[in-house]
Design a protein around this ligand. Structure first.
Ligand SMILES: *Cc1c(COP(=O)(O)O)cnc(C)c1O
Length: 404
């Protein structure tokens, strides 16, 4: 089938929830993908920070192949070898003691929010409020949506779940004002992804942890996007010297296979007992086998070092563009999640379309922040190739603005 064939079928039969680009990607390898008409693209989107090891990494493919021939699904009525193995890996490499597995980021956040309420219910405490941040993104299910501090996602779905309140991100004084003895949990992304690659000041998360501790509230880090090596450490919180009580993971956890996970300390996790929460597909053999392959590859194959080194290289190059073009307002991020904020009047969406036509996939959040989230195995050479496509597009967008 060609791009046109696939687009025609999608338009006719698939729910119209995405404004899609007019290409169908049918194959991928490393940092490259190909569309149905055979055109090649350099991929700096990585399935939205999912394919952190690149497309079809040989170790992920081998793990999936092997597990698919052995056992794909069995149910959590029984013990699952790969599920226990992935839980061991995640807890040995984080603050957490226990893992609940599910299938997406939103589901992981639902589990975290339910666990927070259950934790205080078990203690007979009247603590129901969830504090989250403005410009946050936590997913599209009802509780995750209520926690998402952006009106554009909530609009049309009211009434929202009760007792969700918001504070501005990276504002510790505001957090002190809203977090009190009615707060069950504070949910925050260590770096906001969908909100525009917003990086907190170095002490913010540490201070937020203190605020929670003082009020007796739990702290949840949503690392669905910035976990799994994205910032150059396995988990983003490692950069900020503050561990949460609960952490959620999904996107990069299983090399592209759908998975979600909620990690917690023993003290908090003990509020989940048989019957309190569940997921049919959660922790299934196929997804967790892919997860084990992804985590071990990330830890053992120099992926984190590559992310740090190439991330710094890309950040330097983007800052050089900022010095050159006045319409680039700011470059920010950590490791290989970097954002370039454009001045008013420069249309990020148009830049993304131009790049696509020239064989480069990049992404833009909120039409004004270009987001760079390549695979963590990307090379300096590929960064140069990306910039070779991006810079002429940027400079002509700047010229168009001048002409008005
Ligand atoms: C993508 C994302 C989610 C939602 O994940 P889904 O798998 O789409 O449900 C939640 N939190 C953050 C920070 C995300 O980036």
């Amino acid at each position: 089938m060609s791009n046109a064939d696939i687009i025609a079928l999608t338009s006719k039969h698939v729910a119209n929830t995405y404004g899609r680009f007019p290409v169908a990607i049918v194959r991928g390898e490393g940092t490259r993908v190909w569309d149905a008409d055979g055109k090649e693209y350099l991929d700096f989107v990585s399935g939205l920070a999912v394919c952190n090891l690149g497309h079809c990494h040989p170790k992920i493919v081998a793990a999936i192949r092997e597990q698919a021939g052995k056992l794909i699904h069995v149910s959590n009525l029984y013990h699952i070898e790969t599920q226990s193995g992935l839980a061991k890996l995640l807890t040995e490499n984080s603050f957490a003691d226990r893992v609940f597995f599910c299938n997406s980021g939103a589901e992981a956040n639902e589990a975290a929010l339910k666990l927070s309420r259950k934790f205080f219910s078990d203690r007979g405490a009247n603590r129901f409020r969830i504090v989250s941040m403005e410009q946050s993104f936590h997913g599209r299910t009802f509780a995750a949506l209520a926690a998402t501090g952006q009106k554009k996602y909530q609009s049309g779905f009211e009434p929202l779940l009760e007792r969700f309140v918001y504070a501005p991100f990276n504002d510790i004084e505001a957090a002190k004002r809203v977090v009190d003895d009615s707060t069950a949990a504070v949910m925050v992304e260590p770096i906001q992804g969908e909100g525009g690659v917003n990086v907190p000041s170095p002490n913010y998360l540490k201070e937020l942890k203190e605020v929670c501790k003082k009020a007796g509230a739990l702290l949840i880090f949503d690392e669905v996007q910035v976990g799994m090596g994205r910032t150059g450490t396995l988990f983003a919180y490692e950069n900020y010297g503050a561990a949460p009580d609960i952490m959620t993971l999904a996107k990069g956890l299983a090399g592209g296979v759908a998975i979600g996970a909620m990690l917690a300390t023993d003290e908090v996790a003990s509020s989940f007992v048989p019957g309190t929460h569940a997921s049919t597909f959660g922790g299934n053999p196929l997804a967790t086998a892919a997860g084990i392959a992804a985590v071990t590859t990330m830890i053992n194959d120099g992926v984190l070092d590559n992310c740090k080194r190439v991330g710094a290289y890309l950040e330097g190059k983007l800052n050089a563009l900022k010095s050159k073009y006045g319409f680039i307002k700011e470059v920010r991020g950590k490791g290989l999640i970097l954002g370039m904020e454009l001045a008013e009047g420069i249309k990020g969406g148009e830049i993304v379309k131009e790049c696509l036509a020239k064989g480069l996939l990049i992404n833009c959040v909120g039409d004004k922040v270009l987001r760079f989230i390549p695979a963590l195995i990307v090379t300096e050479k590929e960064v140069d190739e990306m910039l070779g496509i991006l810079e002429p597009v940027l400079s002509s967008a700047g010229n168009d603005k001048k002409k008005g």
